[in-house]
Design a protein around this ligand. Structure first.
Ligand code: AMP
Ligand code: MN
Ligand code: MN
Ligand code: MN
Length: 275
């Protein structure tokens, strides 16, 4: 059976492996089809494509776009996008600009609680192209402000904490439009991870579908089997395609591995039927 993993990160966003190392690991873990879906950018795709060439692995060009919806953040994955599409790249470039300003703001807020040098410190963990909360989190752990990444997020990097700045990301309809314009399929990432009621989640799915979205992740890394069942049923009710993705960031998270995913329930129509 073909092993699909349609959600992963490299150093082109907040993953810890360079694209070529990620590809090598995916092959080693038995992945046949991998999507590289870095946050708000596609800079890793060329190197990943090159590394996949001449191997049995099929690389899918992807992206994970940060979206502000109902005052909260949700993530929309684009699969099979054309990275050279102007509409998509213009949208992503605006998001990168926002990230630069947000990073400065995060650093100045941390400064106010006595943590200096956070911008430079976070940059040490990031590539040129994207600066995110995980890079700040790594710096804060290094400086001894928290014992690990999960602890540092709770204490610094979430709403109402000193290192949090409200994101004004893309609108849901813009993100879906950019992906569609670039020839891709839009998929809601890890729908069970958002803190929202079942009613609100249905509203998100309805808005998403109205915007032209075609599927969501029914199987995600480190997910409860009960959640898979609930999401499979939702996909059927809304007549949406089902995607699977680990959301792999780093080998340090031993509980999330490339390609190590539960099978899709029989009732689902896999997203790859439209690839
Ligand atoms: P950003 O897009 O810069 O706001 O950062 C979001 C990223 O931070 C996510 O994609 C995760 O990689 C990471 N992240 C968010 N919350 C947590 C958490 N509680 N523990 C570990 N990483 C997290
Ligand atoms: Mn991330
Ligand atoms: Mn995400
Ligand atoms: Mn992700």
């Amino acid at each position: 059976m073909t092993c699909y993993d349609l959600h992963s990160h490299s150093t082109a966003s907040d993953g810890s492996l360079d694209p070529d190392v990620l590809i090598a690991r995916a092959i080693d873990k038995g992945v046949d089809v991998l999507a590289l879906t870095d946050h708000d950018g596609t800079e890793g795709i060329a190197a990943a494509q090159q590394a996949a060439q001449g191997t049995d692995l099929t690389l899918i060009a992807g992206v994970e776009i940060s979206v502000t919806w109902a005052k909260g953040t949700v993530h929309i994955i684009g699969l099979n996008i054309d990275p050279d599409n102007i509409v998509l790249q213009q949208g992503l470039s605006d998001m990168r600009d926002f990230r630069v300003g947000r990073a400065q703001e995060i650093a100045s807020r941390l400064e106010k609680v006595g943590i200096s040098g956070a911008l430079e410190g976070a940059k040490e963990y990031a590539s040129e192209v994207m600066l995110g909360r995980l890079h700040f989190a790594k710096f804060l752990v290094e400086q001894g402000h928290a014992k690990d990444i999960s602890d540092v997020f709770k204490r610094y990097m979430v709403r109402n904490k000193p290192g949090y700045v409200t994101g004004e990301w893309a609108s849901l309809s813009d993100a879906v439009t950019w992906i569609t314009e670039a020839g891709g399929q839009a998929v809601i990432a890890h729908p069970a991870r958002y803190k929202m009621t079942a009613t609100k989640r249905r509203r998100l799915i309805t808005d998403f579908k109205d915007a032209g979205g075609v599927g969501f992740e029914v199987v995600s890394g480190r997910q409860h089997p009960e959640e898979v069942k609930v999401l499979a049923k939702l996909a059927q009710q809304f007549d949406l395609l089902a995607s699977v993705g680990s959301d792999f960031h780093t080998p340090d998270n031993t509980w999330v591995e490339l390609g190590h995913l539960a099978p899709l329930p029989e009732s689902c129509t896999p997203i790859w039927t439209v690839f």
